[in-house]
Design a binder for this molecule. Sequence first.
Ligand SMILES: [Zn+2]
Length: 125
Amino acid sequence: MIWRHDRRGTYSVKSCSDVLDLVLLAENSPIQSYVWKVLAPQKVEGFLWLAVLNKLNTKDSICRKGITDAATNVCPFSHSSTETAAHLFLHGLKVWKLWCWIYSWWECERVVPRSVYDLFTNWNY
Ligand SMILES: [Zn+2]
């Protein structure tokens, strides 16, 4: 088997990330540099990258792929909302309270973004 997105035909996470960037993001999008800063272990940055691309295997995404039933895609913490990446990282009650605390700590008022992607693209670094 040959990975056609690499000159040697060898698959690597980096070459896959490059392909995803080309397909999913504009070439001049700064979001790639926001995530891949080598400030955290590669596994953490990879997980964050999947969250930004909305490619995490949340209960909602697994349900939409037909793997599980819609009745099982509820957040295990709130038992009332669908478990999406945005819910887990931005809108769930506990994490929303955390964001409110962070915003007050930074003495700024913000609206919690609608997606993890928006979280990264709404800030200036
Ligand atoms: Zn929840």
